[in-house]
Every structure is written in C-alpha cells, then in structure tokens.
Ligand binder design. Sequence first.
Ligand SMILES: Cc1cc2nc3c(=O)[nH]c(=O)nc-3n(C[C@H](O)[C@H](O)[C@H](O)COP(=O)(O)OP(=O)(O)OC[C@H]3O[C@@H](n4cnc5c(N)ncnc54)[C@H](O)[C@@H]3O)c2cc1C
Length: 815
Amino acid sequence: MNHPIPKQTRIVVVGGGIIGCSVAYHLTKLGCRDVVLIEQGELGGRATSFAAGLVGGAPQAGLRKLIDASAKLYASLEKETGVATGWKQVGSLVLAQTEAHMIQYRRAVPLAQAAGLDVNLITADQARQKWPLLETNDIRGAMWLPADGRVDAKQSALALAKGAEQRGAIVVTGVRVTSVLRKEGRAVGVATTQGEIAAEQVVLCAGMWSRQLALQCGANVPVYPAEHPYLVSKTVAGANADLACVRDPDAAIYFRTDDSGQIVLGTFPKQSKPCLVNPIPADFASAPLPEDRSYVADAIKAAQHRVPTLATDGFEKMVNGPATFTPDTNFIIGELPEVDQLFVAAGFNGHSLAYAGGAGDVLAQWVLAGEQPYDLWGVDIRRFSPFQNNRDFLRSRVTETPGLQYRMAWPNYELESARGTRKSPLYDRLNALGAFHGSKMAIERPTWFLRGGVKPAMDYSFGRQNWWECLAAEHRAARENVAAWDQSSFTKFMLKGRDAVRVLDRVTPNHADIPVGKFVYCGMLNARGGYESDLCFARISEDQYYIVSGSAQPTRDFYRIHKHILPDERATITDVTHAYGVLGVMGPNSRKLLDELTDADLSLKAFPFSSAQWHSIANANVLMIRITYVGELGWELHARMDQIQGVFDAIQSVARKYDLAHAGFYSINSLRMEKAYRAWGADITTGDTPYEAGLGFMVKLDKATNFIGKEALLKQKAAGVKRRLASFVVEDPDAMLWGGERIFRDGKFMGTTTSGYYGFTLGRAIAFGYVKSDEIITPEFVTGAKYTIDFAGKQYPAQAMLQPPFDPKNEKIMI
Ligand SMILES: Cc1cc2nc3c(=O)[nH]c(=O)nc-3n(C[C@H](O)[C@H](O)[C@H](O)COP(=O)(O)OP(=O)(O)OC[C@H]3O[C@@H](n4cnc5c(N)ncnc54)[C@H](O)[C@@H]3O)c2cc1C
C-alpha cells in the first residue's frame, strides 16, 4: 500500500475510512480499474476505528436496502479477499417501550417485508427468549431483523481496500490531499503532500474533513463532528457472543455482546456535544477524545435497567470517538452542485458501517454513469444550501441531530436547533398574529396560526395533532372566504439573455416560447423522463423568465438549469429567492379584497388563469401571478423583499373587512391534496414520468426542441404506461393518513401512499399512490376496484380517483 503516487488516474478517492474503501471497492467491481485511493494516515484509522461494529437498524423507507447490501458484503468479503472482517450474523432487536413506537413499527414492518426485508414484529416475551438478560416488563414489543449483525470496522475497511487493490486500484497511505484541483467549474485532480494527481473525477470520502476540503474549492458539504461515546462492561455472565445487537430507542441506547462476554453500550444522547476544531488537524481522531462520564450517565442508568446484571457488573472502559453528523440526520452522497465531477460520501451520523456497503455501491454507480441509479433525494447533497453549511448553524444543529437517530418518526417533525437563521421580513408581523413557525432550508415559515387557546408547540402523534382545529379554520377560510400565506420561502430565479428561451425549452417539456405575461406549470425531466423537479415560470420580457420552484429545491434547480446553459449560449441564471417575497391571497373573495388594493382589472377576461402582470400595490411594484396550489381563485403577489412589508400592510388594512385568515404551510398541504396537486419529492420523483403522474398535459412532444427526456417520453407515449398516480379518499371520516401507508387493490398489496393528509372540505383523509398493472393501465383498471389503505394494521376502505376529489371541473378557479 506504499505506492509512489501516480501522476494521473481516472478517479481519485480521498479518504481511506470505511466509506472511501467501499467506494474504491465498488468502483473497481463495476469495472473501473483506474482508481487511486489516498489516505493521510492509515486505512480505517480514524472515525472508523472507533465503531462499535453494529450493522443494522430499523427499517427506513428506501434506505434500508443499503444496510442489507452492507451485511451481505461483509459476510462475503473474507472469502473474496482473505482479510477477516469479524462478521457475525447475530440479528437485531429493536425494542418499543411506548405504544407510539409500536404504531411506528406496525407501519414500517409490513412495508419492509413487502420490499423483501427479513423483519418481524415480536412480543416482549419473544424478545426475552432471544436475549435472556433483558428486562422486558416495560417493553410492548420489538422488531426482529435476523439478517443484521456485527463486524470489525477497521478489518472491514482493510478487506474492502484489498478487494479494490486486487482489481487494479492503487491504495496510498500516509499522503494527504491538500486541495482539490478545479478548472473551468470541474474537478481535474488533487494536490497532495507528494505532488499533484490529474484525474477526471474526485470522490471526497474524507469523513469530518470533507467540509473543509470542499470549502477550499468553493463547494459545500455540511457535516460536523460530535462526540459519540460507547462503554465496555466487565465480563457479564450469560452475555454470549451469539446474542443479537439491541437498540432501545426510547432510552437512546444500543448494545451488543462481544466474543469475550462483555457488553458494548453506545448512546445517542438527546443533547450532543459538537467537537469541531477549526480547521480539523490532519491527526485528529487518531486517539479517543477525553472521557466524560456525565455525558453517558443517562445511558448507563437506562442500560442497567434494561440489562439488570450491568448494575452489579459495571463498565470498565469508555471510548469517546468523534462521528460526523449532518443537519437532517441523513447521510450525504452525490455530485457537488458547485463543482462538476466532484463527488462526496460523508456524514453518516454514526451509521457508516451499516451504510458503507450499499452507499459505496450506489455512489460508484452514480460516479460512473453520471446519474443516480434510482431516486436518492433523501441523501442527495443537493438537498442543502450553503446556509446549512454555516459553522454556527452546524454547531447548533449537531447538538440535536445525533439524538434524533432514535427519535420517533413523527409526522411533521420540526427540528428545534439552529432556528431563526433565515427569516422573511414578515416574520415579526406574522408572529404577532400567532404564527407557529417551522423551518425549511433553514428559513422560518408559518406552519399554522394559533387559534382558540391552542398552545404554541407541536404535540406530536400519528393521529390528529394539537393544531388540528387551527388548520381546519385556515382550510375553511381558503375554501369559503379568503386566506393569506407568506410563501416567501419559495425558490425564485431570473433567467435572462438572448438564449434564455432556448435553455428553458431544452430543460423543460412545456413550451418556453410563450407570450410575455403567460405563466406556465412545468417540470424538469431526466433522460428517462422522470421528474428532476417541478417548477413554474413566467415570461416577463422577451428575453427574461421569472422561475418559481419549491422551497426545498434552490440548489438542485439552480445548478440543473445552470449546467444546461451551453458555452455558446447567452443566458444567465440568478437566484433571486432572497430578493422577492411572496404573499398568496387565495379564496373566493380574494378578487374583491385585492380589487381594493390595485387598479388592475382582475376579471377573468383581463387577468386569466396562468398569467402574470405587474401592478402597483401600496408602494410596491408587484408581479401578480394568477395561479394556485390550493385550488381556489387567487393570486400570488411577488414583490421585492424590501417592499413586501408594504404589500402585507396593505392587505392587513382590509383584512378585517373581509375577515381574512392568515394561514400556514400545513393548510396548503390539505388544500392541495383535495385538489390532487402533486408534490415533487413525494408524488412525483426522479422515477416517475409525467404520463405516469397524470401530468401529460404539460409535455409538448410536438415542439421542435429536443428537450431532456423527450426520447423516453415518445417511447412511453407510444407504448402506454403500466402505472398511474391516483387520489384515494378514505371512507372513514376519523382516519388520518401521513404518506407511506400500504395500499391494497382487491385485497392484493399494490404499493404505498406517496402523500397523505386530511381534506377538511371533504371531511376525509386523502392520499396519493401509484396503481400498477401488468398490462397497459386503463382508467377502468384504476377506478374499478376495491381499495383499502392500511394504517398500522387497520384497513380503511378507500375510493381511487383519477379526477381531483375536490372541484374536478375547475369551476372554483376559472371564475
Ligand atoms: C464511538 C463510535 C461508535 C460507532 N459505532 C458505529 C456502529 O456500531 N455502526 C456504524 O455503522 N457506525 C458506527 N460509528 C460510525 C463510524 O465509525 C464512523 O463514523 C465511520 O466509520 C466514518 O467513516 P468515514 O469513512 O466516513 O470516516 P473516517 O473513518 O474518519 O475516514 C475518513 C478518512 O479520510 C482521511 N482523510 C481526511 N482528510 C484527508 C485528506 N485531506 N487527505 C487524505 N486523507 C484524508 C482520514 O484520515 C480518514 O481516515 C461509530 C462511531 C463512533 C465514534
């Protein structure tokens, strides 16, 4: 492994921890032999060396298959490479102390089973039979995952590196990458302590060092280390090596036995300790961090309760290592949006071993194919913006995210740390009116407004949460009268230049060459015809477009459009999210209310649906856009951020007269579900095409431009689709859905709901889901069957519809 470093290669992998070794291994396994892995110390010698060795965990939508892939890999590596990994398939027990956790498991287990995972719900007694030392009096049940296990982390890194070397990779240790070389917007190699290596692609697997390496070349990888300790007990009678790994999420602890009869106990404390040294020195994490027993006091107490013999046997050592955490508890992979051909896999939140095998495989596929193999939005680097890479933000956030590893998967969970980073100019005004703020992309935005003495806090449950009546009032106001939302968090871009129309025509399937003043709903597709995003745009002059997209997509959408501006094209895209505020005024009385504030003719004839016009409101020039995501007559008012307060105050001046209700983002969700408006990232994803999603109207196959995805859609249109998105309306008015529930068609499992919520006008829970057929799907196939939706084991009959459940003929909008 002490090769001289080559001058040139195809791919450089930076970092020889478990992740870098796995990426190098999988790149070579996929046939790319021209790989150099560079490690500043020794392989697996940093965070990897501290790992407690658990490979497994609770089933998590979409990601659990990566853990399964890791387990399979560790089991086979020794045979392949001759390096022992210490793999032992002992299984996992995930305990539940509360009924809420049991509901969570009853929702998750059947889904995981349907996806082919070996997992079962078992009783507390069955859990004790598997782990006789367990105290189970306060346990309501558990998940049993027999395929999980434990492994020696460092040995596994060595085995992966050996596998990579056997297929031609060069592995270099004791050499530090000092910077990523960047030329004309792309990575072209690395500089090291022993000279430069030219490369076509660079993959950062530098653990907690990834952030500073990325920053040096103008990119953002928001990761931050925090202390993550475990303890090792004295020898415990009965703690034999074959016992399963146990997780007790309600107590924030995990433990396993080892080959010498000791128990290794780890914890994700509710309040974690960030431990960044800035910059992180090259030799950091070569030795454990100082011990702090007070940090693990709660864990010890919980463990002594769960395994009573530990109260007498005690712990003989503590290992406090740094692990790397992200702002939202999911790890980070993908191509860095700011630098082409620079990839990353980092921030595994204390679960690197568990994910390394699967994540290394999907990232290797991504690097070699230039596209993610399937929808990985939940872990995609582009879900963040530079705001979340701010040091204070990260430091504050990682006091919370480690402790969330075992938290309840509550619907609408709002993070509490690092709040107030970004605020709309209306923040204080809305607070004074009772707004309860949530946060998206680090910006505060109202989720609901306090009414009728409801306390200003989230009272989480899987049923009707404490804001239910507040939301019902906002929903009714929008349907029956008029409501206003601060939607300033929406992503906004200006695309300007002689060739703007060409660019937009290529990246979207709808017509971009529209008249000035027209506003169009559209998507951006990949080559397979799947949704990379959905957005709207207005042509505001012959050579300028105003583009509006979801609050979660500024990074993803900006770089997607930016990268598709060809070198010889004259067009520039500017992110104007922070330059324009947005107020939505929606409801049957919105026209009357706005008539009082503007001279504009707001009639259907003069201001038709899907159009955008500049008008004065108070002292502001406002781009009034006649569009709706709530299914009502209404306008979005886009005004400069420094004038949006004036627009808001103008609305307030007539608010009482019209009994206007202020509303939050949760009500947008309930309203849009009734109207069957899809949400990108849930109902339409990179794997769903417009024809499958029932949005074929925005695909203009007849336009001359060869837009991205056209070829795939031409084929699909000719062949027909075998899956189709439908709305499901549940018969029982008391049911509640959140998305992720199982759908049964004529008693047969068919898939899961992509979104779920409650429609207050219909008085029923509503969901979206894809209906699948072996043949080309027909409307009769979708609607002519009996459906039930399973919520934690209870079956709710539901009706499938291809038309919106509310206002199917658009009578509420075209007025
Ligand atoms: C106490 C503890 C217990 C844990 N238990 C588990 C567990 O049971 N199961 C589980 O799945 N996970 C566990 N983890 C998490 C896991 O061990 C680590 O977080 C993980 O191994 C990190 O892997 P990595 O490859 O991303 O980082 P690292 O192992 O830190 O690897 C990154 C490598 O990059 C190198 N590098 C950085 N910068 C440069 C540079 N400029 N040039 C060259 N090389 C560079 C570093 O030297 C390092 O070797 C635990 C973590 C801790 C601290």
